[in-house]
Design a protein around this ligand. Structure first.
Ligand SMILES: [Zn+2]
Length: 49
């Protein structure tokens, strides 16, 4: 069974079946967000601050 989450920044599909550490997760303002890459995570984080 394949599970995907959408990258909050670019809407790319992020597979969640892989190792947890391979997924870019950030807790921003108490909410968990998933990203496809570090670059997306950082730009989203900046836009939230
Ligand atoms: Zn992305």
């Amino acid at each position: 069974m394949k599970a995907f989450k959408k990258c909050e920044m670019c809407s790319a599909k992020v597979p969640v079946e892989q190792c947890e550490f391979a997924t870019q997760k950030r807790i921003i303002n108490g909410k968990e967000y998933v990203f496809c890459c570090v670059r997306c995570a950082e730009s989203f984080e900046k836009s939230k601050k």
